[in-house]
Design a protein around this ligand. Structure first.
Ligand SMILES: Cc1cc2nc3c(=O)[nH]c(=O)nc-3n(C[C@H](O)[C@H](O)[C@H](O)COP(=O)(O)OP(=O)(O)OC[C@H]3O[C@@H](n4cnc5c(N)ncnc54)[C@H](O)[C@@H]3O)c2cc1C
Ligand code: HEM
Length: 393
């Protein structure tokens, strides 16, 4: 896929570009947003821009893609592209925007590396960029067409009416929404999320993702935790009420509960249990007899969203167990389940496929524990509620 000449140049310049990527990405985003302020206002997550996570994710993914191409020039590392493509489609990236990103990314590279960017070096990195961009566009176009289900693939956003809103916990609000355009509710798979686009008081239309959290006849169900200082979660909590309209993308996301008969482990912390609840709900709805181990960590019983659903769904499933850990339990609680999630006391059946969702330190710890328990890395899948800083890792 990557020409032999470019592979050589990329290999030689990867260390320099890799070392400079921390300088290149801020310059790239500054240039991009100076030329197109509407992208920061209405497309990119300005919270992620402010805390820097999206910048790291983009830079990391290009370096990882280049390294993979150098190691295997004949293969295209498609697996790492799937997560980006799903996210891109859910926020509404259009093919022609790849030229805009290219222009500002390469200008930033030249600004940082100066004369080291000879025409030969520029051409080789150009080839990497377009291999990645074309691969992403191909996956994105397929996803868009599938998601449109006969509608317009270029018009991803659909209006929904909030038919019910309920307080899951003090900080988590659940929403049940129905399409307001008369078309059927889109298909979704357990583990997927929707993007929600909201107009904020300053006129910006910001986009955030929320995982679907279970079955809903002709409707979609999602839950939002109010983040301290969070723009969109705070706005939804304060303003989105029953009867209101909200714009949603089609369901997207590549961390999906795989079919099969083997054991499943669902591990979450905090609000990370939204996709896990959808998976458990799906298993219960299909009368699954699989061995299912649910593990969840939270601060205490009151903070634990979907606590009743976890108990109900576990009871409905013939071979399911639930193990809940509280850092600061209220009242009597077993000592071995007090503190952070620890799989040492949980039986992990042989052949388990694991799905994890929670903050990065939780993901790191549980992944380690699963590897120690003998679960192969390939059978550990995870969702992150922010830019994936593990992409390509
Ligand atoms: C695939 C996916 C699924 C998700 N599913 C769910 C779900 O089911 N439920 C759910 O509640 N959430 C979910 N999320 C998270 C959700 O999308 C939002 O990220 C979350 O609601 C916070 O958005 P916000 O606008 O409220 O916060 P933001 O305003 O975006 O802020 C996010 C964080 O950045 C910090 N920050 C903001 N500005 C700055 C600054 N200037 N400097 C430093 N730090 C700053 C904030 O304090 C906050 O901690 C999911 C995310 C993804 C990617
Ligand atoms: C080859 C080119 C590109 C690469 C390598 C790339 C890479 C990435 C990565 C790694 C993520 C984070 C995925 C995740 O973990 O969730 C992401 C998200 C995103 N990308 Fe791209 N991208 C490219 C092109 C584009 C283009 C052309 C646009 C449009 C201007 C764009 C806009 C976005 C937006 C808006 C997000 C979500 C941001 C957020 O929520 O913080 N990207 N991209």
């Amino acid at each position: 896929m990557l020409s032999a000449k470019s592979a050589e140049v990329i290999e030689a310049t990867l260390p320099v570009v890799g070392a400079a990527i921390g300088d290149i990405t801020p310059r790239f985003y500054d240039r991009l947003f100076a030329a197109h302020p509407e992208l920061l206002r209405d497309l990119f997550n300005r919270g992620n821009q402010a805390n820097g996570t999206q910048r790291q994710a983009l830079a990391g993914s290009i370096a990882a893609f280049a390294s993979a191409l150098v190691a295997h020039p004949d293969q295209r590392p498609d697996a790492m592209l799937a997560r980006i493509a799903h996210k891109h489609v859910s926020v509404g990236i259009a093919d022609d925007q790849y030229k805009i990103v290219h222009e500002h990314l390469f200008a930033a590279i030249v600004e940082v590396l100066g004369e080291a960017v000879t025409p030969e070096v520029a051409a080789a990195w150009d080839e990497v960029y377009w291999l990645m961009a074309n691969a992403l566009m191909a996956v994105e176009n397929r996803l868009r067409t599938e998601a449109a289900a006969g509608g317009d693939p270029d018009d991803l956003w659909r209006p929904y009416t909030v038919v019910a809103r309920h307080q899951e916990t003090e900080t988590v609000t659940g929403y049940l929404v129905r399409p307001a355009d008369g078309r059927p509710v889109p298909a979704s798979r357990p583990g997927q999320y929707v993007s929600v686009r909201t107009e904020l008081p300053d006129g910006a239309r910001q986009i955030r993702q929320y995982s679907l959290s279970g079955r809903a006849d002709g409707a979609l169900r999602f839950s939002v935790k109010r983040e301290p200082g969070g723009e969109v979660s705070g706005h939804l909590h304060d303003h989105l009420r029953a009867g209101d309209t909200v714009e949603l993308s089609a369901p997207m996301g590549d961390v999906l509960l795989a079919d099969g008969d083997g054991p499943v482990l669902l591990a979450s912390a905090g609000i990370g249990n939204t996709p896990m609840t959808a998976m458990l709900d799906h298993l219960a709805a299909t009368g699954s007899t699989r061995r299912i181990v649910s593990v969840h960590g939270d601060r205490n019983q009151l903070d634990h969203a979907f606590r009743a659903d976890l108990a109900r769904l576990t009871a409905e499933l013939p071979n399911a167990t639930a193990h809940v850990f509280y850092e600061q339990p209220l009242g009597e609680w077993p000592a071995e389940r007090t503190g952070l999630v620890d799989l040492a006391s949980v039986e992990v059946p042989a052949g388990t496929t694991a799905y994890l969702c929670g903050p990065l330190p939780f993901l790191r710890a549980v992944r380690e524990q699963l590897l120690t328990a003998g679960v192969p890395a390939a059978d550990i899948h995870y969702e992150v509620f922010g830019p994936d800083l593990w992409l390509g890792a």
